[in-house]
Every structure is written in C-alpha cells, then in structure tokens.
Write a protein that binds this ligand. Structure first.
Ligand code: KIV
Ligand code: ZN
Length: 498
C-alpha cells in the first residue's frame, strides 16, 4: 500500500510574501476554502506576531475551514508562540510551526550565538509550544546549508522535546537534488526516534530546483511537502503544489499518494493568480496556458490519433477543459476539421479544403487563431441557437450631424423595434438596443479588429458587458463594423443568466 504524502500548503504565508501580492483577510479566506476543496492536509495561514492582518487572518481562516489542520508560524520565541496559540483558538485541528536558523551563518550573523545555545533555544520553543498544542512542527531554517551531523543533533533534540513534524528547509534554494536527498536520508538513518515524526521538505526555487529537490526528499523518506499554488513565494518562489501532486500521481511506482483532488488544481491556480495579480508564465508545468497546447502539425496529428503519443497527463485530470490543439500556420487539415467538429460544424472535403486555404492565409498573418476566427472562416451561423437576434439595423451618421440608429430585434420569434440618437453610430445603435432590452448592463471593454486586410475586410468585435455583478464576453463579425458591434453586444446578452 502506498504511503500517505501530506501536503502542507504555505501559499498564504511563504507564498504571500511576494512584494505587491498581499491579500486581504476576505481574499485569504476565499483561498483557504479553495485549498480545503483541493484537499490539502495543512494550511499555513500566517505568522500571527508579524502583523495584526496576519493575526486576524489566522483567526478567520480557522473559523472558515473544517478539515485541514491550520498552522501558524512563530520564531523560537515565547511571545510569538503565545500569540500563535491565541490566533489558533478557533481551529478544529491546529499546529504551531516554530523554529530557528541552524546554519553556521545564521548562528553567527543572525543570532550572534553558538551551536549549543541554538539547540537549547530550539528545545525550549518546542517544549513551550507543546504545552498548548499536540501538533508542533519544528523548522531548522537554512537546513540546506547546515552541516548534516549538527542538523541530526538538532533534529534529535527537538524530537525528544516533543516535535511531531520536523521541517528541513532549503531556505536559500542552494542545494543540489542529490545533496538534499542525502540530507533527508542521513537524518532518517542517524536520528534516534525519527520513526516517531514526519520529516518535511521546504524547498525554495532560487536555482530552479525546488520541485526536483522536494522529490529527492520524498524519495529518501520525507512524508510531508511544503508547497505553494503556482510555486509562488518571494524571490524565485517555493515548490509548486501542482507539480508535486501530478508527479506522484503520474509515478505511482514511487509508492506515495496525496489527498489532492487534482481536478481542482487549475481552478485553484486561476484563483490565486487573479487574487494576487500574479500571472502564471505560459510554459509553467501543469497550469501554464501552454502546458497542454500542441502547436506543431506532427504533434497535433499524433494527439488526434491517440493523445498518449504526446501527452502524459489528461488535461481534464487537472481541471482543464480547453481544447489542447492550438491552431497555427503549422496545423494540418485534421486539426482544423477536429476544431470545427468540436464547434458543431461539419464540412464536406471540398468545403474543408477551401476553408483550410483561407485558414492558412489568415494563420500567416495572425499567430493565434481562435474559435471565432474559425467559425467566421467556415461561414457558420454562430447565432443559430441565440434567443435574441439582430433583425435589421439602419444608421445615419456623418460629420456635423448627430448619429441616429433604428434597430429591430427578434426575441424568441417576436419582433421589436427602437430608434435612438447617440454621439456616434455605435452609441446610437446600442442605445436603441437598450431601449428594447431594458436591463442595467454596462459596457466594460470594446475592441475592434480586422480579420485580414483591406477595406472590404470583415471586422471583428470583442466586448465585455457587466450585468448583475458578472462579466460576459461577446463576439461579432461583419463587414459592417457597427453591425459587428451590435452583434457582439447581443452575443453578451444571450449569455446572461436569466
Ligand atoms: O524558507 C524557510 O526557511 C521558511 C521557514 C520559516 C520555514 O520559510
Ligand atoms: Zn520558506
């Protein structure tokens, strides 16, 4: 039977230390609830003594979350522990995470101390924390650069003092994977009482090795990993949760399993990215925009024949529904046909050849061909199933005259007409439309693009309309740009939740 690998999420503590990405308490609660749905075992909710905001967040997250253990960080200082105990008072399952630097440079420059005194302080902090909670995790800060023999002495002392979990942070992201793995192995083999506790990894990504180092730790006996969503964290970040969860899922031979509901990975990633205003790099493993996007013709052909040719993870397993075939100038007919079928358009070979020809011309000019482009090229009626359709539109505008629009809509078979003036033709047309559809909606974004080039070209309009607290995206394409704008607006309205 596989061993359980505990997922300790520190997005809201170590992750949140990214400059400019701080969350308020309400946002932290939102993330914590999502982490609970994702299935993390421990949520590090903050460092309560560091600020009233962190203190408050630990309190509120403790109230909001049921299953995961809520953890609060402290230094090896009694006052810190007292404040953490107070902040954790509502947590159903609670843990104090206390610790001290153990590398020679931390001992000398940070604490102006010596190795023996550091062990005493570590032991005192663990014993003090154990008076209040049963679950105490000790961290040996900068363990990555701490000599293994001394580290083993520290770990043995805190285990005797009552620590339940011992965290071995590579605080500076310095270790090689072999080095970090050997460190965990050394502790597993040389610390008496190690079988009573869980060893935890906590790797930073300064040399891009956080995930590899964490896995080296797991392969050598660590059974808890400290991770963040999207690998966020100060400097180059922490180990990313999604990478570890998917590595152990893909490699069942390692013999560990997590409680992560992998289908919640992508929505969680999006939530953290947008709340923190921190975009995810497109090629980020598992959650990047391009993580499952096949763009070369050879790969697309292989994937369409059998996804296993070029895919080791089913995107649905991480909660991604999007089509993984990106249409570019290198795509073949098979990819275009597949996309059209997914959009509900079936073409015979002759028509497909024609559409493919114009697709290639467009793809030469435009890097990324989206679904709307494909539908326009195929001449498909995107509005076929729409409840509201544009019946007619007439606009008078010019220089020195006021724009006037009269417009007719067909709503579920019934006809409506209205007339309005505005400070331009689009404004007049939308005002007329709003006379018929009398709802409180606001235009948020409005972009016009030409599909290819030339004055006889199709114009494409993308719009965002806000209604009832939600934003809806609409699209219109027409040789008449005013009509395309009205179509895009109607497209948004057709998507409104009634
Ligand atoms: O990187 C680190 O050493 C830490 C500890 C405070 C756990 O974040
Ligand atoms: Zn850290």
């Amino acid at each position: 039977m596989a061993d359980r690998l505990f997922i300790f999420d520190t997005t809201l503590r170590d992750g949140e230390q990214v400059p400019g990405c701080q969350l308020n308490t309400v946002e932290k609660i939102q993330v914590a609830k999502q982490l609970e749905l994702l299935g993390v075992d421990i949520i590090e909710a903050g460092f309560p003594i560091s600020s009233p905001g962190d203190y408050n967040s630990v309190i509120e997250i403790s109230k909001a979350v049921t299953w995961p253990t809520i953890c609060a960080l402290t230094r090896a200082v009694q006052k810190d522990i007292d404040v953490a105990v107070e902040a954790l008072k509502y947590a159903k399952h609670k843990r104090i995470h206390t610790g001290i630097g153990t590398s020679d440079s931390h001992i000398k420059y940070k604490f102006n101390s010596n190795r023996e005194e550091i062990i005493e302080r570590a032991v005192a902090a663990v014993k003090y924390a154990r008076k209040f909670v049963d679950d105490v995790e000790f961290y040996a800060e900068d363990a990555g650069r701490t000599d293994n023999e001394y580290l083993a002495r520290v770990v043995e002392a805190v285990v005797k003092a009552g620590a339940t979990v011992v965290n071995i942070p590579d605080t500076t992201g310095y270790c090689l994977s072999s080095e970090y793995g050997s460190k965990i192995k050394y502790l597993m083999e040389h610390v008496s009482g190690i079988e009573k506790v869980i060893l935890s990894t906590h790797c930073h990504n300064d040399l891009g090795m956080a995930t590899a180092n964490t896995m080296a730790g797991v392969l050598n006996g660590a059974r808890q990993v400290e991770v963040t969503i999207n690998g966020i964290g100060e400097r180059a970040g922490n180990t990313s949760l999604e990478e570890i969860a998917m590595i152990v899922k893909c490699h069942s031979g390692i013999g560990v399993e997590t409680n992560i509901n992998t289908q919640k990975i992508y929505p969680t990633s999006r939530m953290v990215s947008s709340l923190m205003n921190m975009p995810v790099q497109p090629n980020k493993a598992i959650v990047g925009r391009n993580a499952f996007a096949h763009s070369s013709g050879i790969h697309q052909d292989g994937v369409l024949k059998n996804v296993q040719t070029y895919e080791i993870i089913d995107p649905h397993d991480v909660g991604i529904d999007d089509n993984s075939i990106v249409l570019t100038a290198r795509s073949g007919r098979a990819a275009l046909k597949n996309r059209l079928q997914a959009l509900g358009v079936e073409l015979d070979q002759e028509k497909l050849d024609k559409v493919y020809e114009s697709f290639l011309k467009l793809a030469d000019k435009k890097k990324d061909i989206n679904d709307d482009d494909v539908l326009v090229l195929a001449g498909a009626d995107r509005t076929k199933n729409h409840r509201i359709k544009l019946d007619f539109l007439q606009v008078t505008s010019g220089v020195g005259v006021q724009s006037v629009a009269s417009l007719g809509l067909n709503i579920s078979g019934e006809k409506f007409e209205a007339c309005a003036s505005g400070n331009g033709p689009v404004d007049a047309a939308i005002k007329a439309l709003k006379k018929i559809i009398d709802r409180h909606m606001t235009l948020k974004e409005f972009t016009i693009q030409a599909i290819s080039k030339g004055s006889d070209d199709m114009g494409k309009v993308h719009m965002q309309v806000e209604y009832d607290g939600q934003v809806y995206y609409g699209f219109g394409a027409n040789t008449d740009i005013i009509a395309a704008s009205v179509e895009a607006y109607i497209d948004c309205i057709n998507k409104f939740k009634q």
